[in-house]
Design a protein around this ligand. Structure first.
Ligand SMILES: Nc1ncnc2c1ncn2[C@@H]1O[C@H](COP(=O)(O)OP(=O)(O)OP(=O)(O)O)[C@@H](O)[C@H]1O
Ligand SMILES: [Mg+2]
Length: 295
């Protein structure tokens, strides 16, 4: 089982869109996939067509030790995609969840329950680092960092890189960066050029080769409660996420962690397998490192 958190400590960067559409694409490729909504706003659930009244139990119950993870799994339109909603309906529940998530091992222990049932677990994190995101990172093999082309997104990227270094030191030495993913990408714009330059100068080994284009179908599909590939499979957005899933599956297959039929050797996942060290966060002003080429 390969557990991937989708995280960056900033709102509106494409975490939920990436989680839902990556999970759906992995499922379409017949990988047994579980999407966990770790954001109390429940946007993943909404993007899959779940309304609050349909959600009777969820991640809150797991953290509250009233249900095992297995008991809060819901089916979706896709045969290979299951879903764990975030069932937070009051501020009190949210505060309690924050307290409960101080125990960093809750998610990791909960996932043991389902280890044999899934090839991939995708965790949609909230736009913060503490609390449930920390729990998710402690339970993950790797992390995808989605970000838009913007100065503030670069700041958030630096923050999570620094935080991951700390997570590796204190709680999860195995976690590695699956990739930095440019989302809502608009080529031939100045901001795309500057951000691309910064990323290549500082984080080039972590960058996914492909980018997710700005594509209104992704937003529309979420509105109608469906992953983009069930809404318009030929859209650029659906295709881009399918390509991302293909890249991840190909990597896992090439490294021997994924057989034709699914994840074979869960124990061999780890940072050293990719030979990656978490970089020190860059210190100077971003412009200092700017190179001449564009993305
Ligand atoms: N590639 C894209 N093209 C066009 N719109 C997009 C794209 N990706 C995401 N969006 C839209 O941008 C908005 C923010 O995306 P999303 O909800 O995935 O971000 P998020 O990081 O999960 O935000 P939050 O931190 O608030 O949970 C949404 O309305 C979504 O539909
Ligand atoms: Mg979100």
């Amino acid at each position: 089982m390969h557990v991937i958190s989708v995280a960056i400590p900033k709102g509106g960067e494409g975490k939920t869109t990436t989680s839902v559409n990556l999970a759906a694409s992995l499922a379409a490729a017949e990988r047994r996939t579980l999407l966990i909504d770790a954001d109390t706003l429940g946007a993943s659930g909404i993007s899959l067509g779940y309304t609050a009244d349909q959600v009777k139990s969820g991640l809150y119950d797991v953290f509250n030790y009233t249900h095992s993870l297995n008991r809060v799994i819901y089916k979706t339109e896709l045969t290979y995609l299951d879903f764990v909603p975030s069932n937070i309906s009051t501020v009190q529940m949210e505060e309690r969840l924050l307290r409960l998530s101080e125990n960093r091992t809750v998610m990791r222990i909960a996932l043991r329950d389902i280890e044999q049932q899934y090839d991939y677990v995708i965790i949609d994190c909230p736009p913060t680092l503490r609390g449930i995101t920390t729990n998710a990172l402690c339970a993950s093999d790797s992390v995808i960092i989605p970000m838009r082309a913007s100065h503030f997104s670069l700041d958030a990227l630096m923050r999570i890189m620094r935080y991951l270094k700390w997570i590796r030191e204190v709680a999860n030495p195995q976690i590695y960066v699956e990739g930095i993913l440019l989302t809502m990408f608009e080529p031939n714009t100045k901001i795309a050029e500057i951000t691309g330059r910064e990323l290549r100068a500082r984080y080039s080994k972590f960058l996914f080769k492909m980018v997710i284009p700005k594509n209104s179908t992704l937003a529309e599909a979420a509105f109608y409660g469906r992953p983009a590939l069930l809404y318009n499979i030929n859209s650029k957005g659906a295709q881009a996420y399918f390509e991302l899933a293909t890249e991840i599956v190909a990597r896992d297959t090439a490294s021997g962690k994924l057989s034709q039929d699914g994840i074979r050797d869960a124990a061999s996942f780890g940072g050293e397998a990719r030979g990656e060290e978490m970089p020190d966060p860059p210190r100077g002003k971003s412009r200092d490192l700017a190179g001449p080429d564009s993305i």
